[in-house]
Design a protein around this ligand. Structure first.
Ligand code: DSN
Length: 434
């Protein structure tokens, strides 16, 4: 009889996953994470869709809840062992409802785009018409832009903004009357002003359309009453949790209506998603709990005050701020007057420790990888404690960088223009030589 040696109680693979820290197991990833942490620490984050989550939120997203797979909704899962998952998802749902005064909330969307896609699935068939803000006017990819599934599968028509950047309600009304959309979207990702939801409701009712408000960029302000509330006007509202709600990457769907639960739930699962990212749902619950605390009101109000200070500082330095200011945590500047592109300006700002994103502006002649604008947001800076004095200093820093670029560009452009003028004048002499 062959005698086998005694089997180790721990296979090598169990040792690896039990004891190795990230630094030991994967130094390459670990180094990149450390470098990213340092980058966030040492620079000013002005990207409007970013924020800094709390330690508690980081703990939740990094918890063993990441290991659990469930499908379905609390109390009706398709997998066993879901009791704790149910607790966190119910907490997230109840906190969302409480924060926004909603009668319905779905916390499963993996992102704002997924939330919007689920709303389309709930109310539309391929080929149906939707009416939304044009991407170049400040709309969002998932609102019917050509390269997105929403633009490929829907007949998307768009309203725009006026020459000075304000939402064009006449255009909205005219396009609704002409195209009779089944769904109208209010909201975007680069429109800085408060939207008149009453007007949108009126237009939607005129043509019998569903009204979807995408409040991703100002949900934190809505939560504390620092921005008009879309819930009473919209059939459905979508949001993300990682902008001024200060939470992790993910989406939400809400409604003040009490007849859409089944339609919207089934559109998320099994409509456009499978299993739930439960550690993200747990982290959403944490950030929503934080947003229910009184300190969050101070935070959200400071985000808005800081955005207004940043806008006013830039206006004072003669930077072309779209609409001259903001009612939200974001603002958009147009660089065309000073002859810069968004790409070169964002590179220059990044070299100065100011991270922002290049962004198209209305009527932008540049392609999306270049653009003629920059978008700034104050959610992350405010989270680390910057106040109005810091945002005024940031505004001056931005203006200094842009002015220095313009000064050098001016030199080049003047020389190039001088040589063209010389060549042209030589071909059109006014006095015959000799
Ligand atoms: N929607 C994108 C943005 O506004 O930056 C990502 O959240």
């Amino acid at each position: 009889m062959i005698r086998r040696p005694p089997r180790s109680t721990l296979f090598p693979y169990t040792t690896l996953f039990r004891s190795g820290s990230l630094t030991e197991v994967d130094p390459a990833v670990s180094a990149a994470l450390d470098a990213e942490t340092a980058r966030q620490r040492d620079g000013v984050e002005l990207i409007a869709s970013e924020n800094l989550v709390s330690r508690a939120t980081l703990e939740a997203i990094g918890s063993p809840m990441v290991n659990k797979t469930v499908e379905g909704y609390p109390g009706g899962r398709y997998y066993g062992g879901a009791e704790h998952a149910d607790v966190v998802e119910r907490l997230a749902i109840e906190r969302t409802k409480q924060l926004f005064g909603a009668s319905y909330a779905n916390v499963q969307p993996h992102s704002g785009s997924q939330a919007n896609l689920a709303v389309f699935l709930a109310f539309l068939k391929p080929g149906d018409t939707i009416l939304s803000m044009d991407l170049s006017a400040g709309g969002h990819l998932s609102h019917g832009a050509g390269p997105n599934i929403s633009g490929k599968w829907m007949n998307a028509v768009h309203y725009g903004v006026t020459a000075d950047g304000w939402l064009n309600y006449h255009d909205l009304e005219a396009k609704a009357a002409t195209h009779r959309p089944k769904l109208i979207i209010a909201g975007g990702s680069a429109y800085p002003r408060a939207i008149d939801f009453t007007k949108f409701r009126f237009v939607a009712d005129e043509v019998g359309a569903i009204l979807l408000v995408d409040m991703a960029h100002w949900a934190g302000l809505v939560a504390v009453g620092a921005h008009p509330d879309p819930l009473p006007h919209a059939d459905v509202v979508t949001a993300t949790t990682y902008k001024n709600l200060r939470g992790v990457r993910g989406g939400l769907i809400l409604s003040a209506r009490d007849d859409l639960d089944r339609k919207l739930d089934s559109a998320v699962f099994p409509g456009v998603q499978g299993s739930v990212i439960l550690n993200a749902v747990a982290a959403k619950a944490v950030c929503l709990g934080e947003a229910l605390r009184p300190e969050f009101t101070d935070y959200a109000e400071a985000v808005l005050a800081n955005a207004r200070t940043l806008a006013a500082t830039l206006v004072g330095r003669e930077v072309d701020v779209m609409t001259g200011g903001t009612d939200t945590p974001l603002l958009l500047i147009d660089l065309r007057q000073i002859g810069l592109t968004g790409a070169e300006a964002s590179d220059a700002l990044e070299a100065a420790g100011l991270t922002a994103n290049k962004n198209g502006v209305p009527g932008d002649p540049q392609p999306p990888q270049v653009t003629s604008g920059l978008r700034f947001g104050t959610s992350a800076g405010t989270a680390r404690g910057f106040g109005e004095a810091e945002f005024a200093a940031i505004g001056h820093g931005i203006a200094d960088v842009l002015e220095s670029m313009v000064a050098s560009t001016r030199g080049e452009v003047a020389a190039r223009t001088r040589s063209r003028v010389t060549e042209m004048c030589e071909r059109f002499p006014i006095y015959p030589s000799g």
